[in-house]
Design a protein around this ligand. Structure first.
Ligand code: ADP
Length: 271
């Protein structure tokens, strides 16, 4: 609590009273704290790949270059790390646009089936490589969604790539869409992967929050995928939630469910 004292004086300077203002600054402080944490996280996330790149370049400079096979491997590492940094900076720019309310959504009618098929196609190679089966389950007669297609593509991309990353070979992914009352469409991305411990569930949508930092980095993750997905879904007026492990009713696996407006909702809004 912040306390300010303001003396009240009469024109001749006589003190007649004091105004005491008590301000609850808990929220402000929390915001400040989370801002500081965010900057520390960003710095750390950028320093890690930079340090790796530097040491590999030094090794190349100090003789590894003469061994073409090893040199190639080292160059591969620096390229991967560079790509991850680019992803990270792009994700950060994306988030900052949402934070400053500058993100503009170009909403229009979009076929739900197309959205799911496009994302399944995009990952078909990775799915095949990991021997992960993908199933698309669409409710009959589903209306179009009223969304920004590029933004939705990113949501599905983030969720499906997580499902693939955290599901061991031989697993299964289900992409489901169905209507919910109030002219919403629900989307479900379900996997049979490693799941998320209960204690982490509450914080899983926070920026840079990961169950296993090293593992996420190894997989090329930035730790921002879920927070971006949540920003985009919320910007459409929808909600997103994640269930995992026992909470989802089985021993393992993760289910992310989010809702988006259907065109019918938009039509009714216009009337
Ligand atoms: P990352 O780039 O690390 O994947 P995300 O924001 O997409 O960042 O996810 C945050 C963390 O949530 C991940 O590091 C991982 O620990 C956990 N996670 C997300 N999706 C899944 C999933 N489908 N199965 C298991 N863990 C997941």
């Amino acid at each position: 609590i912040k306390v300010t004292f303001t003396p009240i004086r009469r024109s001749e300077g006589l003190l007649t009273g004091t105004i005491i203002v008590l301000e609850d600054v808990t929220e402000e402080e929390k915001l400040d704290q989370s801002r500081r944490e965010f900057v520390a996280n960003v710095s750390h996330e950028l320093r890690t790949p930079l340090t790796t790149i530097k040491s590999y370049l030094e090794a190349l400079d100090e003789g590894v270059m003469d061994d073409p096979e090893l040199a190639n491997k080292f160059l591969g590492v620096t390229r991967n790390e560079t790509e991850r940094m680019i992803r990270l900076v792009n994700d950060l720019l994306h988030l900052s646009r949402f934070d400053s309310k500058q993100a503009v959504l170009h909403k229009q009618a979009a076929s739900v089936e197309d959205m799911l098929e496009i994302v399944a196609d995009r990952f078909s190679f990775q799915l095949q490589q990991k021997d992960i089966d993908i199933a698309l389950i669409l409710e009959d007669g589903l209306p179009d969604a009223y969304v920004d297609s590029d933004a939705m593509d990113q949501v599905l991309d983030n969720l499906v790539s997580n499902a693939i990353k955290y599901t061991p070979a031989g697993g299964q992914i289900r992409l489901e869409a169905y209507a919910v009352p109030g002219d919403w469409i629900a989307f479900k991305v379900q996997d049979t992967g490693v799941g998320i411990p209960k204690k982490d569930l509450e914080r899983i949508f926070e920026r840079f929050y990961r169950v296993d930092k090293a593992r996420s980095r190894d997989m090329g993750g930035t730790g921002l995928g879920l927070s971006i997905a949540r920003e985009i879904v919320r910007a459409h007026g929808g909600t997103i939630r994640l269930e995992s492990g026992l909470e989802a009713g089985d021993q393992q696996g993760t289910t992310v469910t989010f809702t988006l407006p259907s065109v019918e909702k938009e039509v009714k809004n216009r009337v």
